[in-house]
Design a protein around this ligand. Structure first.
Ligand code: F6R
Length: 369
């Protein structure tokens, strides 16, 4: 069943182009029209939405954080993202015009389920993004968008995360289409780029060998820091989470702009810092700011591991290791930027002799609050 791999996780990482393609399948027409059959929310209902609230846990929460950037930009609907376990305990403001999106791979996370029940009691419409057919969360939601990653056996979410991103983008683009916003150029271009993501992920997988070598060389590190900006910030958070759960290593992500407000004091000689560099398209200001961050930390001794789009020569002089990813539109960059981080955490954990399919103390679905 492991298809010749020693661990399911290794197989599941490699399956990602297929998982992404299957999640797009049948949903994107050649002319760019999107069809989301099981959404079960009529266009007139979608036009009335005044706010979106995304609830999720762990890796699914990171997908939600990325979705916020895309949805607000494409749809101009205010979008909040909250860890499900915090959500219902603070008396959140919800109403009929609020669309709640519950993201859960398993469809059984108790925290997410309780949050969605709470939202329904407040009359909000709930859309589930889920990988397991017929699981509790989609059954209790008004509509569902299934990710078609196939069964994920490894406890750490990999291919389901990439497909959650695809599902979130589809929801955002569909809302933009239905609401007639920015329809035309930008939305159509993005839909075309999204359809090409399976090949882009495949390209990344063909070039990750140096990431494995790098990971093995860091097996004795005590801490790894991750920096990102814009959608690269949740990607950094996801990289740190993978490292904690698989390699049992302390890891922390910061928004690169926050560095000077405190975390830069942590930088010392030899400290590995992974930096996710924003794509240059459309966000060149952020790109340049992060390049200065890389210079700053390197001047203080950090060992810089830089993930940047191919051909971005501006980062080369300050990168101890440069990991190149394909150039894609900024909002879609998390799909390609996450893959090297998954490989990094997995390989580092293997170098430490850990079981990457069954990390200690963790369960694949968390059915207690
Ligand atoms: C991390 C991981 C967990 C889950 C979280 C939510 O690799 O797997 O953080 O993402 O427990 O699970 P779901 O998505 O099933 O609700």
């Amino acid at each position: 069943e492991k298809g010749g791999y020693e661990y399911f996780m290794l197989k599941e990482i490699v399956e990602q182009p297929r998982a992404v393609a299957d999640t797009l399948l049948g949903r994107v027409a050649v002319d760019g029209t999107l069809t989301l059959d099981e959404m079960r929310l009529a266009p007139h209902e979608l036009r009335e939405i005044s706010k979106i609230v995304i609830i999720a846990c762990g890796t699914s929460y990171h997908a939600g954080l990325i979705a916020k950037y895309a949805i607000e930009h494409w749809c101009r609907i205010p979008c909040e993202v909250e860890v499900a376990s915090e959500f219902r305990y603070r008396d959140p403001i919800l109403d009929r015009q609020t669309l709640v999106i519950a993201i859960s791979q398993s469809g059984e996370s108790m925290d997410t389920l309780m949050a969605l029940r709470y939202a329904r009691e407040q009359q909000s419409r709930v859309l589930a993004i889920c990988n397991v057919n017929g699981s509790t969360i989609p059954r209790e939601s008004d509509g569902v968008l299934y990710t078609h990653a196939g069964p994920e056996v490894g406890v750490a979410a990999t291919k389901t995360f990439l497909t959650q991103l695809v599902a979130c983008y589809l929801v955002g683009l569909y809302l933009a289409q239905v609401r007639g916003l920015k329809f035309g150029d930008e939305i159509n271009t993005i839909i075309g780029q999204l359809a090409r993501m399976p090949e882009q992920v495949d390209k990344v997988l063909q070039t990750v060998e140096p990431v494995r070598e790098l990971a093995r060389s860091l097996a004795d590190a005590k801490t790894v820091l991750f920096l990102g900006r814009h959608v690269g910030y949740p990607v950094a958070m996801e990289g740190a989470l993978k490292l904690k759960e698989l390699a049992y290593m302390h890891a922390e992500a910061f928004a690169a702009g926050e560095l000077k407000h405190g975390p830069i004091a942590l930088i010392e000689d030899g400290l590995p810092v992974v930096v996710v560099v924003p794509s240059r398209e459309g966000r060149s200001v952020l790109h340049d700011k992060i390049v200065s961050n890389i210079q700053e930390i390197r001047a203080r001794g950090a060992r810089t591991i830089v993930i940047a789009e191919e051909g971005d020569d501006s980062v080369r002089p300050y990168s101890d290791t440069l990991i190149e990813i394909p150039a894609v539109p900024t909002l879609l960059q998390p799909i390609v930027a996450t893959v090297p981080l998954q490989v990094f955490a997995c390989e580092l954990a293997l170098a430490k002799g850990n079981d990457v399919d069954q990390p200690r103390n963790l369960a694949k679905s968390v059915t207690v609050e």
